[in-house]
Design a protein around this ligand. Sequence first.
Ligand code: ITT
Length: 181
Amino acid sequence: MKLYFITSNRNKYEEVKNFLERHGIKVEWINQRYVEIQAENLEDVVRYAIERINVENSFIEDSGLFIKALNGFPGVYSSYVYKTLGLNGILKLLEGIENREAYFVSVIGLKYKSDVKIFKGIVEGYISKEIRGSKGFGFDPIFIPKGYDKTFAEDYELKNRISHRVKALEKMIKYVKLLEE
Ligand code: ITT
């Protein structure tokens, strides 16, 4: 089985490809941007985009970091905030704030056999006090998953077992495998 993954983010592509190929699904990368509407949640962004993509057996994935003390910011603006404020900007915003709870969300939109399906994964955790680790990408160096003490950038193997992305992918795998039978 082969699926096309439409994303402009190489790191995401690598994570997704490694995980899906371990589950017997081949992935072909379409390095392209798609239309992202301004909306308050990732599901709306993903649904709008995947419904307008004319590639059979393809999927997109939109993700974001939601910080509780900041009422969910940067959320749907994660990509922009990563580029503008960066990791240090986020740490500054949280200076002196006790509640460091945050979570990553991944939403996948799949167009498979002409149907559109949405899959969502979440991983809960905390924003670290400083930048730690060099693996992964994006906010990985400041995100510590609940129940652990290393950031995703320090323990990338752990990330690829429990991440938001992996959880959403597991749901998608279940779905496509059911339809294959
Ligand atoms: P697309 O072409 O797939 O949209 P993108 O880079 O714009 O690629 P997103 O909007 O989904 O991707 O990602 C939003 C930002 O959230 C992204 O720039 C990262 O900085 C961050 N992010 C997403 N997933 C992450 C992860 O697994 N670990 C750390 N940061 C992540």
